[in-house]
Design a protein around this ligand. Sequence first.
Ligand SMILES: NC(=O)c1ccc[n+]([C@@H]2O[C@H](COP(=O)([O-])OP(=O)(O)OC[C@H]3O[C@@H](n4cnc5c(N)ncnc54)[C@H](OP(=O)(O)O)[C@@H]3O)[C@@H](O)[C@H]2O)c1
Length: 303
Amino acid sequence: MKNILVIGGTGFLGSAVVRELARRTASADSCFTLPTRRRERAKHLIVLPTVRVVDADVHDPATLARLMEGQDAVINLVGILKGGEGQPYGKGFARAHVELPSKIAAAAKAAGVSRVLHVSALKAAADAPSGYLRSKAAGEAALREAGLDLTIFRPSVIFGRGDSFLTLFAKLAKIAPLFPLAGANARFQPVWVEDVAAVVADSLQRADSIGAAYDLCGPTQYSLRQLVGYAAAVAGHPRAIIGLPEAVAWLQAWAMEFIPNGPMTRDNVRSMRVPSVCDGDCALPFGRTATPLETIAPTYLGG
Ligand SMILES: NC(=O)c1ccc[n+]([C@@H]2O[C@H](COP(=O)([O-])OP(=O)(O)OC[C@H]3O[C@@H](n4cnc5c(N)ncnc54)[C@H](OP(=O)(O)O)[C@@H]3O)[C@@H](O)[C@H]2O)c1
């Protein structure tokens, strides 16, 4: 595959995927096209010789049609954590997680780009408690209905340098004397960003991944309390963690929705009601071994 359109390729996971693809095809005349709303934020990718970062509104069907021309595959990594409230999901989730995949499916079909890779989220389901997870399920369904050569990835929370998860806890630990924590008992099975990127890159070369959906988890399950405690300790600021009762967590999340870039929403609290852990076989696909959190986190959280 020579030409690949990577929508959402400028983000945390997208950057790792693009770096991995560029590394694997270093000598080839491949081209990875990354549309973005903010080209200046993609400086770290612009320097890669086979990467083309373009200012584009991917929600505009005509723009999407142009971007699809000459592509051999498309990867969609667009995702948001705050999409507002509403049924079955808030407007932001509808736009980014459902309407955009539908538009991508239509544009890919029209351009004859049959190979599509799509990053969803672990436990995405039409009857999930949060708009985030319901909209992710609707996005998957929209792509599936289009009859493309589709592969879906459903990661648990992703960690690695530049994450907004462990890094956020480590930063908060620096300034907060203690942690009043919503969802302290919520379960996660964090997976390393480079492992996810490798699996995505592998699947482009594997016909047996067409039609498959892969749940992606790391080797170990943790409670949120354990993860926050760990990140704070590794960053050199061990802190007491106070688990908030659900009603208080709800109020805290509601109040945080008024803060620009606030760390939590009511929808996030609802998402955490579903354990973000892999059921059954937790192994990564294609014979890959998941990297332990404890091997990587100290390299970027350390004091
Ligand atoms: N990180 C995790 O822990 C995690 C866990 C499970 C699933 N996922 C899924 O993995 C994917 C990548 O996540 P990430 O952590 O890499 O996210 P991220 O760092 O926030 O990056 C999001 C990407 O999507 C684009 N984007 C965001 N909102 C958009 C919108 N409304 N319209 C068009 N483009 C938009 C951004 O492009 P611009 O350059 O234009 O800003 C950016 O490239 C998402 O689908 C996410 O739901 C992530």
